[in-house]
Ligand binder design. Structure first.
Ligand SMILES: *Cc1c(COP(=O)(O)O)cnc(C)c1O
Length: 461
């Protein structure tokens, strides 16, 4: 169990120097006014005041309960059967059922889930894959690993997701697939994206590595496109240390993924005689029994945790949305559940007396609220030039396609540049497992920084 104690209402009152606050609480004044009333009266921690919150008290991650979580894991360890066997199969069945997919294949991590899925959808050298620039490196490197060319589509800063209205302009005769990323654990606009894919006969791969149990129209993300990929890395909402999975309803595709990820040995409809050797080009990225045992234990709490994150995210959003210069994430109308791997908002410094985001983040951390500025734009990182200069790429593509200056010109994403460089602010998912008072104190900290922005700006960053 996490060691965590929320600041009680009485302690809130005790800390306050405002007269009449007790009466206000008794009268049922909303918590946002309460929190801000208290914190506004105080000096910001960055200027020597008392922090709004004590950072060591945020919910610990990953959650682990020896009493409920260790039985199967110990059985696996003591059995000596550690390579892929029955427990991995059990985990795959449970994950498929959790997301409503016919099949699931576990692999070593989310990165390789993407690599294997693209490979078995036959994405290869010469193909283009449409992708957002606002994501984790693996989304793009999985495309390059298969010899294909990432084509970047700018984000809608309001939702942080790839803007579907900008996809069609990027489609060429080489376009083979759209890689959707449900970034922050919030679903992308799948209705719009699936319609475009259908119209242009494109494959859709969902990078759902941050979006466990998120839903569009009551359907779990990862099951809407041709393949869905998940990560179980330690920071993710279902943590196993490392781990990943591919889900799909297409038996033939899943059999081929299984075979490819297991040294090319025959599996299901991936025809061949078992024991007669490898039937296809292959790799080996198998999950282990002890990873599966940890996954099965973690899966038991995922649904309840997801509900808590949704409730707290909605509450926190309601508490901060009226603070000038704070623009919380928007969700598309068809979203029926978020996963909230991250809670994000845009910070507008003009409403904070031009205090740069770095100063805002520093002041928030001083208040005891961990936060970060999030991603850097992937479409301008040096790994692209490096890949284009490789022998393989030079053999696969015409020279013009590998000219980094032409490429950069075609792949500009100005809205994403601004989001990354100036605006985005993140809180991590474990913070959303805290109490309502925790959420109110985050809001209080933001208001405190807002009220004191002029003074905070005078410090060095
Ligand atoms: C974490 C993540 C991945 C990669 O998963 P790993 O398990 O860390 O390899 C891919 N895409 C996104 C969006 C992620 O957040």
């Amino acid at each position: 169990m996490r060691k965590f104690k929320a600041l009680s209402r009485r302690e809130f009152v005790k800390q306050s120097s405002l007269a009449g606050l007790t009466a206000a609480i008794a009268a049922g004044v909303p918590q946002t006014i309460m929190a801000s009333g208290i914190t506004m009266a105080q000096k910001p921690a960055i200027l020597g005041g008392k922090p709004a919150w004590d950072s060591v008290k945020w919910p610990k991650w990953p959650v682990w309960n020896p009493e409920t979580d260790e039985k199967q894991l110990l059985e696996v360890i003591r059995s000596g059967v550690w390579s892929r066997a029955g427990v991995v199969t059990q985990f795959e069945k449970e994950w498929a059922a959790a997301v409503g997919a016919k099949r699931c294949l576990s692999v070593v991590n989310g990165t390789n889930a993407l690599v294997v899925a693209l490979n078995q959808l036959n994405v290869r050298g010469g193909d283009e894959v449409i992708v957002p620039p606002y994501t984790f490196i693996s989304t793009v490197s999985s495309i390059l690993s298969n010899g294909a060319m990432p084509v970047f589509v700018d984000v809608d800063p309001a939702t942080f997701q790839m803007d579907p209205s900008k996809i069609e302009a990027k489609i060429t005769p080489r376009t083979k697939a759209i890689m959707v990323v449900h970034i922050l654990g919030l679903p992308s606009d799948m209705d719009a994206i699936m319609a475009i894919a259908k119209k242009h006969k494109l494959l859709v791969v969902e990078d759902a590595c941050q979006a466990h149990l998120a839903e569009v129209n009551k359907q779990k993300v990862g099951t809407i496109g041709d393949a869905g990929c998940f990560s179980f890395q330690n920071s993710k909402n279902l943590p196993i240390g490392e781990g990943g999975a591919i889900v799909s309803d297409n038996d033939q595709f899943m059999d081929r993924c299984f075979s490819y990820s297991n040294l090319g040995t025959p599996y299901g409809t991936a025809a061949g005689v078992v024991g007669a050797g490898s039937i296809m080009q292959n790799t080996k990225v198998r999950f282990t029994e002890y990873q599966a045992a940890i996954g099965i234990a973690q899966l038991k709490r995922l649904d309840a945790e997801t509900t808590t994150r949704n409730v707290n995210a909605e509450f926190l959003k309601s508490q901060i949305k009226d603070i000038p210069g704070i623009l919380p994430y928007k969700m598309y109308k068809n979203v029926t559940r978020g996963a909230f791997h991250l809670f994000a908002f845009r910070y507008e410094k003009s409403a904070f007396k031009d205090l740069p985001r770095a100063g805002f983040l520093k002041a928030m951390r001083a208040e005891g609220v961990p936060c970060s500025s999030g991603y850097i734009p992937l479409n301008t990182q040096p790994f692209l030039k490096d890949t284009f200069e490789s022998i393989n790429y030079r053999k696969m593509y015409p020279k013009e396609m590998l000219d980094i200056n032409i490429y950069n010109e075609k792949n500009k994403c100005p809205l994403n540049d601004k989001l990354c460089a100036e605006e985005a602010v993140w809180f991590t998912q474990n913070m959303l497992l805290g109490t309502k008072d925790d959420m109110a104190s985050i809001a209080g900290a933001i208001e405190k920084v807002h009220k004191n922005a002029e003074k905070i700006k005078k410090l060095d960053y």
